[in-house]
Design a binder for this molecule. Structure first.
Ligand code: AMP
Length: 251
């Protein structure tokens, strides 16, 4: 069985976000970009499945500008066998990515498609659900545990839901999206970073996948959250009680 993993290049989680002056989006000039953390978890899970002898190949795919190749190289250094870069203009909204993934699935025929539960740049949390619907495949979203049964060609997924865990049994092929507690992704070692340089990355165009990108969605504006007022240090409990009573009016 082949596993396909969708990995997105996003602004690194540790970067302080700056908004463009025209409010059209986030300024990514000279900003460190990394693999979306939930996609690292998705890739780690695929690698563990392969290492357990339950999959033969892990294919990492990424859509967007040329720099996505760097993200794919990181994925190959973690252990993916090969990469596919779909050259696509920004902005790419979840339905567009889902349509591209559907086309790639038809081409590659994986038994499992694993995605992050959400990308930390736009926090959409939509792509996995959309591609499952487009493919008419079962979906196990927010997975915190994934167990495959080779005989039955099925997967058991623990999902993190409000107030507990839900366990689902899915027939393969299926779509899985990964939650934070599924695993701890590995770091790429230096020898594997070197090895990754010779692993193949195929570049594909929208025309080759026969997907036309159109969106009914328009981002009107992106604004930073309001600046918080500075806090004050009080000298006594009496002063605190006085402020809570007479300024905040909460007691
Ligand atoms: P989202 O629905 O945008 O929050 O993204 C959820 C997941 O979809 C991500 O964690 C990725 O696995 C996948 N995804 C979204 N956009 C892309 C992209 N441009 N390239 C590859 N995978 C993507």
């Amino acid at each position: 069985m082949k596993i396909m993993v969708a990995i997105k290049r996003v602004v690194d989680y540790a970067v302080k976000i700056r908004i463009k002056s025209d409010k059209s989006g986030v300024d990514t000039t000279n900003v460190k970009m990394s693999m979306n953390p939930f996609c690292e978890i998705a890739l780690e899970e695929a690698l563990r499945i392969k290492e357990a002898g339950l999959a033969s190949e892990v294919v990492a795919v990424s859509m967007g500008p040329t720099q996505c190749v760097d993200t794919l190289r990181t994925g190959l250094a973690m252990g993916a066998d090969r990469g596919i870069h779909v050259d696509a203009p920004s902005p790419l909204y979840p339905l567009m990515v889902a349509k591209l993934l559907k086309a790639l699935v038809h081409l590659e025929k994986p038994g499992l498609l694993i995605l992050g539960k959400q990308a930390i740049d736009d926090d959409c949390n939509q792509t996995g659900q959309m591609v499952a619907a487009l493919l008419n495949w079962p979906q196990g979203t927010f997975a915190s545990k994934l167990v495959l049964d080779k005989e039955k060609n099925s997967a058991t997924v623990d999902r993190e839901v409000d107030g507990g865990l839900e366990t689902l049994s899915l027939d393969l092929p299926a779509v899985i999206t990964t939650d934070l507690r599924l695993n701890q992704p590995r770091y790429a070692t230096l020898p594997n970073i070197m090895k990754a340089k010779s692993k193949p990355i195929k570049k594909m165009s929208l025309a080759e996948l026969n997907v036309e990108l159109r969106s009914d969605l328009e981002v009107v504006q992106v604004t930073a959250p309001p600046v918080r007022k500075a806090g004050v240090i009080l000298s006594s409990v009496d002063e605190l009680v006085d402020k809570l009573k007479n300024e905040a009016h909460v007691i």
